[in-house]
Design a binder for this molecule. Structure first.
Ligand code: MG
Length: 161
């Protein structure tokens, strides 16, 4: 079968004194995401989606948060590593759909830049879509304490030439 689908999910706590990175783009905001890396929930969820589709271990296995080498690592590096792993496994990403759950900041004015940055990492032939949702003030995301993300990725087997 030439196609595989994968899903990824992530959530990180919002704290003061950290820059906010979403999809590899720095977003001006008073808080940022806490994490061993830069806490970029989009790139973490998307990395797990592509790795899962290829039947590979998740990013927790590739980048354990107990390993000090990965302290404050840019999630762009994590995502590039995931893309390289799926390529080695014989796949490429053809489509990705992403849902970010954040009460604030509003992502509307950053969506194009985030999608463009993700495409610059995967390849411009990949279809990438991003949706921003609020959680209607429920739970940690709704109470502005965290940002969460779901991502789905479709992979295609790389044809041997
Ligand atoms: Mg994470």
């Amino acid at each position: 079968m030439p196609y595989r689908i994968g899903i990824g999910y992530d959530i990180h706590r919002l704290v003061k004194g950290r820059p906010l990175y979403l999809g590899g783009v720095e977003i001006p905001f008073e808080k940022g995401l806490l994490g061993h890396s830069d806490g970029d929930v989009i790139l973490h969820a998307l990395s797990d989606a592509v790795l899962g589709a290829a039947g590979l271990p998740d990013i927790g296995d590739f980048f354990p948060d107990t390993d000090m080498r990965y302290k404050n690592i840019a999630s762009t590096e994590i995502f590039k590593e995931a893309l390289s792993a799926i390529q080695t496994a014989g796949f490429r990403v053809v489509s990705a759909d992403i849902v970010v759950i954040a009460e604030e900041p509003k992502l509307k004015s950053y969506k194009v830049r985030i999608v463009e940055n993700i495409k610059s990492l995967i390849g411009y032939s990949c279809h990438v879509n991003l949706k921003g949702k609020t959680n209607e003030r429920f739970d940690a995301t709704g109470e502005k304490e965290a940002i969460a993300c779901y991502a789905v990725a479709l992979l295609e087997e790389i044809e041997e030439l």
